[in-house]
Design a binder for this molecule. Sequence first.
Ligand code: SF4
Length: 87
Amino acid sequence: MISARTGQNIARCIGCQYCDVEAEDKDIPLGALIYMAVLDDEACLESRTLWSEEVLQKAPRACAEGLNLKQIIIALREEARQRSAWS
Ligand code: SF4
């Protein structure tokens, strides 16, 4: 899904956590969120980190593995909205 929406291969995420950002309202580190998406863990769609505007603003456009995390966050939000509309 992420690949189709962003053209990025999130399987490149190695869970290194170098992308973590400071944000008042996050619940898990940004890297953990991305790694949960790699593992197809649906719980990532309900994470406060995913919906934090501060995280989105601070997310790197190119992480340690060259992933554009802003694009990935937006794609995950779109997926969450679609899934909630279907249920
Ligand atoms: S920096 Fe990139 S590779 Fe490392 S955890 Fe974050 S998203 Fe994954």
